[in-house]
Write a protein that binds this ligand. Structure first.
Ligand SMILES: Nc1ncnc2c1ncn2[C@@H]1O[C@H](COP(=O)(O)OP(=O)(O)OP(=O)(O)O)[C@@H](O)[C@H]1O
Ligand SMILES: [Mg+2]
Length: 281
């Protein structure tokens, strides 16, 4: 269970996250949506302490994670895996090694850096790659994989951390519709099977609606919507995304960037992926 209490992050005069208070029960799958600059990434980065709040507290299972230092902070960052839009793999290392880097905070840095992974860790890595359907790429340098494959490797690496929380910052923004679906299905599967809390920033409303039991809308650093997908009506969408310069409502297809643009072009180019594109994936 997360309790965010008056969480604020300022960069100079700019307030990126403004006095956010909310609770997230363990095991929930939450989508955070909002315009570019709304504060979504800053919010997520404060959870695993890639950024620290200027004020406020983030309490997880009774402990204020904003106060953790040293070994306690490293343990928290292990419990709190993160995946990114740009995957953040080590491109020249093979896929297996990238995945086993998820064990780094479970063991001494020296043995990890020497590549001294145990048989058990190798088995864990293969099992995670199999689960994500990319075991055939295990020995390839990660940099030679497609974006969709790299994101699956990043999820496998996150699984090896045996996290309590999985944070994802626009995990499908660089992917084509089919890979976006594979990645979102994997996140949902992890949420449902392991009961891991998933908090994911998303540009696409449709994806948030399809995959998240709860949607948090941010605008100007504040939470302006917090509810179920079915509560996200046109008024709520306008509150989150604003109106265009003529005062007209926002067209939902305009609320997403890369993924919907690629969905549209994929739909034009290939009848095979059209149903996915139509589903907004
Ligand atoms: N390190 C930083 N230094 C200065 N300003 C920052 C920094 N990080 C974020 N900001 C500012 O804080 C605000 C929120 O940024 P953030 O990256 O959290 O938004 P976002 O909702 O993730 O946007 P996007 O959808 O484009 O990823 C923006 O105005 C941004 O310019
Ligand atoms: Mg962002």
């Amino acid at each position: 269970m997360f309790e965010f209490r008056n969480v604020t992050r300022q960069f100079g005069a700019k307030i990126a996250v403004d006095n956010v208070t909310l609770n997230i029960p363990a095991g929930q799958m939450v989508g955070i949506i909002g315009r570019s600059g709304a504060g979504k990434s800053t919010f997520l980065r404060m959870v695993n302490r890639l950024a620290s709040p200027s004020s406020g507290s983030i309490v997880f299972a009774g402990r204020d994670v904003t106060k953790l230092k040293g070994a306690d902070l490293r343990r928290w960052q292990r419990d709190c895996a993160m995946i990114f839009q740009q995957f953040n793999l080590v491109p020249r290392l093979d896929v297996m090694t990238n995945v086993m880097l998820g064990r780094l905070n479970h063991r001494s840095t020296l043995t990890s850096m020497l590549g001294l992974f145990t048989r058990e860790e190798r088995i864990m890595a293969i099992a995670a790659l199999e689960r994500l359907g990319i075991e055939q790429a295990a020995l390839q340098p990660a940099g030679t994989l497609s974006g969709g494959q790299q994101q699956r490797v990043a999820i496998a690496r996150a699984l090896l951390q045996e996290p309590k929380v999985l944070l994802a910052d626009e995990p499908i923004a660089s992917l084509d519709p089919l890979n976006a679906k594979i990645v979102m299905d994997a996140l949902r599967d992890i949420n449902e099977r392991e009961g891991i809390t998933v908090i994911t920033n998303l540009h696409t409303l449709d994806t948030a609606r399809n995959y998240c039991e709860r949607i948090v809308g941010m605008a100007g650093g504040r939470v302006v919507f917090d509810g179920k997908p079915e509560d996200l009506n046109a008024d709520a969408v306008r509150t989150i995304y604003g109106t265009d310069k003529d005062g007209a409502g926002i067209d939902e297809s305009m609320t997403s960037t890369a993924i919907n643009i690629s969905a549209l072009s994929a739909a034009n180019q290939s009848a095979r992926v059209q149903p996915l594109a139509l589903a907004g994936l």
